[in-house]
Structures are given as structure tokens and as C-alpha cells.
Design a protein around this ligand. Structure first.
Ligand code: ASP
Length: 443
């Protein structure tokens, strides 16, 4: 019997998790007191989900190192590398700018934080109520966000040169340092005598093949992982949470939808001259996984596989654009930051003029570079931008707690857009380098 394709299996797991999550939630009123069977099932599900995420994260460092080194060492010296770098960063900047502008237009047009031109009092009460009822975990998240040194543009540059490469590799937030070190290592390999160069290239190539095999193994169990991750999420976040902020949800999802299904496909059609739907098909597994895990870093191994195996992008281009993209290019996150900040200002009754909105756009672009590819990471950046827009600290913090409590669905959607944006960058850069992409797509 032919086995069901993996993306169908993942989709099936998502649907099953939603169904069982809703059933359990209805049966048990969304409550899971300690020691009950439902609490135990949720705990077990969380355990399996964590195990799956950890397996994905486990391979990120060796995968980035081996793929960047083996991919870049095959470039023709520093010249080819510089050209690739300029194009890649140019594309990241342009696509994030388009995303941010889309978000800004929609949030100003729909005004999700207002009713009849006045701040929405119902949502305002939700924000205020959050102050009283914010769970300790939620407050702790925001408090850590407050304390954690925010990463601005200069901090990000600093992170590119870690003082200790091993410390950088063991710290999730320091992936940029690992990438830059791998790039330097790869360029240095091309300067070695032919014999030594071949040995090292073959070594890292073989290492990369091993990592790809392990990725396949982990992906084989991904439907179980996806189910385990989604079931507790659905159980905890019933549809009622979303009712109050429906207009806000609609604004964010519409803006993300425009970016993913209109703007980026137009770029693929006119700049890369490829069929955008074929590319969407090629990326199915990675997009579903990004959606289920809300982590673009965690999805990276699968993004790399889809871009190379299904879309046909060369290893050289994929291994340059994707690890970098997963770390610094976040179209969905930049868009979301913009919408969220303007929304909070609308609810709290702050007027944002052109100057302030311009500041928000710039801040969203720059902070999205520093946001980590993990769930809810952009809330830290949102808090930072809110404070910089002159909104008092306490108000900004309660608003962020309220956003955090309804964040999951929006996080899943923006992470899928982040991953899709990176994959489009890979395709556009590949075609500009003369590669034949998506021609014999095997998706
Ligand atoms: N969860 C997002 C990602 O992994 C980051 C964020 O916007 O919170 O790409």
C-alpha cells in the first residue's frame, strides 16, 4: 500500500489535534486539575511535543555549520560570496519593507482598536482586566522581556562576532555568530592548497549528508510531534478567547495573507519568473511545520530540505540564504510588530502621527532582525517599540500580557510567513545566479 505523503500526514495530525482538543475542552470545561486523567494526558502530550522540538533543535547547530561550510566552500572565492551576500540582504530588506507597509496600511484602514472613531472600550477593559488576572507565568514572561537587554541593530552586528564560538553555538540566541564563523571558515578553506581543501570539503560534505539523513528520521515522526504540540494548545485556547479581539485577528491574518499569497507570489512571478503555486507546493511540509511549531529556527532543517529537494535550489544558495534568513529575515514578525503596536495605541487612545508611524516602521524592521525564531519571541520587540512610542511602561506591559494570552494562532501564522519569505529569498537569489529552479519540482 502506498504511504500517505508526509504533508498530508502532518495536516491530518493538525486536524485531529484540533478535534480532540475541542472535544476535551468541551468535556472538561477547559479545566485540568492536577492529578486528573486529562491533566496527565496534557502533560504527556507536552512531553512528546517537547521531545520533538528538542530533536529538531538538536540538529540545528551541526546542520548550519556543515551546510554553510560545504555550500560556501564551493563558491568561487570571496567575489562570488560578496555578490551573493549583497543580493540576499537586499532581498531581505525589500521583502520585509513590503510586509511592514502592508501591515501598516491595513491597521490604519481597518482600525481594529477603535469603534466609531473612538478607542474600543471593551478591549481596553480586557487590557485592564489582564492587569488584575495576569497569570504569574504571563507576568514572568513580560518581566523577563523587560529585563532582557533588547537587541537593537548594533547589538545584532556585535553578535556576528562572538567572543567564544563554542559559547555562541550553545546559546540559541547567538546563531548569527555561528553562521558568520562558518562563513569565514568556508572562505578560508578556499585559500588552502588543493589537497587540504579537498579533504576539508569532503569532510563537511559528508557531515552535511549525515545531518540531512537525521532530519529525515526526525521528520518521519513529525505527525506525532505536531499532534502532541497542538493538542494542549487547542485545549487551553478555546474559541472564546478570540471573540473579543476578532477584528484584530482579522487584520493581522489579512495582512499576513496578502504578503504570503499576493506580494511574495508577485515577486516570484515577475522577478524570479517561476510559478508561485509550484513553490508553495514545494514548501508544504516546511510551512505546515512552521505553523504547528511557531518556531522558524526549529523548522530550518525542513525548510532547507524542501528548498533543495523540492524547489531545486542549489545547496550553495540554500545554505547561504536559509540559515541567515531564519535568523535575520522575518517578514511575518515585522508585519505583526507594526500592526500590534498601532493596535495597542488605538485601544489606549494614543494618536500616532506620520513621524511616529515612520519610527514604528523603522523599529519593526530593525527589531525583527534581532527577534529569535522561537514562539512568541516578537512580544519582546513589541514591548520595546511601545515604550519608545511614549506609551507608559505599565500600560505597555499589560497590553503585551493581553497580546501574549491570544498570541498562539497569530504566532503560528506569522512563523509560516517568516519561513515562506526565507524560501522565496532562496528562489529569487538562485534564479538570479542562473540556476534552474522549480523546473522538475518533485513536490
Ligand atoms: N515565532 C516567530 C518565529 O519563530 C517569531 C515571532 O514572531 O515571535 O519565526
Amino acid at each position: 500500500m502506498k504511504r500517505l505523503a508526509l504533508h498530508w500526514q502532518i495536516l491530518f495530525a493538525l486536524i485531529l489535534a484540533t478535534l480532540t482538543g475541542v472535544i476535551f475542552r468541551t468535556l472538561f470545561n477547559g479545566q485540568a486539575p492536577d492529578g486528573t486523567l486529562v491533566a496527565k494526558s496534557l502533560g504527556f502530550s507536552q512531553f512528546v511535543g517537547d521531545l520533538f522540538m528538542q530533536a529538531l533543535k538538536m540538529i540545528i547547530v551541526p546542520l548550519i555549520v556543515t551546510s554553510v561550510i560545504s555550500g560556501i566552500a564551493s563558491l568561487q572565492g570571496v567575489k562570488g560570496f560578496g555578490r551573493l551576500g549583497a543580493k540576499t540582504f537586499g532581498f531581505y530588506a525589500m521583502s520585509s519593507l513590503i510586509a511592514v507597509i502592508t501591515g501598516l496600511l491595513l491597521v490604519n484602514l481597518i482600525k481594529p482598536g477603535m469603534v466609531d472613531g473612538k478607542p474600543n472600550e471593551v478591549i481596553r477593559k480586557v487590557f485592564d482586566a489582564k492587569e488584575a488576572s495576569a497569570s504569574e507565568a504571563e507576568l514572568a514572561t513580560v518581566a523577563t522581556a523587560n529585563m532582557r537587554e533588547s537587541k537593537d541593530f548594533l547589538d545584532t552586528i556585535k553578535m556576528m562576532v562572538p567572543e567564544n564560538i563554542f559559547a555562541a553555538a550553545t546559546n540559541n540566541g547567538q546563531m548569527l555568530g555561528v553562521i558568520v564563523f562558518s562563513l569565514l571558515f568556508a572562505i578560508a578553506i578556499t585559500k588552502l592548497p588543493a589537497d587540504e581543501m579537498r579533504t576539508l570539503k569532503e569532510f563537511f560534505q559528508a557531515g552535511n549528508d549525515v545531518m540531512i539523513t537525521i532530519t529525515r528520521w526526525i521528520m518521519a515522526i513529525s505527525p506525532i510531534g505536531v499532534y502532541a504540540l497542538m493538542f494542549p494548545v487547542i485545549f487551553k485556547n478555546g474559541p472564546d478567547v478570540f471573540a473579543e479581539m476578532a477584528k484584530y485577528f482579522a487584520t493581522v491574518l489579512a495582512a499576513l495573507g496578502i504578503h504570503m499569497f499576493v506580494s511574495l507570489p508577485l515577486v516570484l512571478t515577475f522577478v524570479a519568473k517561476v510559478n508561485p503555486w509550484a513553490h508553495l507546493r514545494a514548501m508544504r511540509e516546511a510551512l505546515l511545520l512552521a505553523f504547528s511549531t511557531a518556531s522558524s529556527s526549529g523548522t530550518l532543517p525542513v525548510t532547507m530540505r524542501c528548498v533543495q529537494d523540492n524547489a531545486g535550489v542549489s545547496k550553495r544558495t540554500a545554505s547561504f540564504t536559509l540559515p541567515l534568513g531564519a535568523t535575520v529575515n522575518m517578514d511575518g514578525t515585522a508585519l505583526y510588530e507594526c500592526v500590534a503596536v498601532v493596535f495597542v495605541a488605538q485601544v489606549l487612545g494614543y494618536q500616532l502621527g506620520f513621524g511616529e508611524q515612520f519610527m514604528i516602521v523603522t523599529a519593526a524592521l530593525l527589531t525583527s532582525i534581532g527577534v529569535a525564531g522561537i514562539p512568541s519571541a516578537s512580544l519582546v520587540a513589541i514591548l520595546l517599540i511601545l515604550k519608545n512610542s511614549g506609551i507608559p511602561d505599565a500600560q505597555a506591559a499589560t497590553a503585551v500580557v493581553a497580546l501574549l494570552s491570544v498570541d498562539r494562532l497569530l504566532d503560528m501564522a506569522r512563523t509560516a510567513v517568516n519561513v515562506f519569505g526565507d524560501s522565496c529569498a532562496a528562489v529569487v537569489i538562485a534564479t538570479s545566479e542562473g540556476e534552474k529552479v522549480l523546473e522538475d519540482a518533485t513536490a
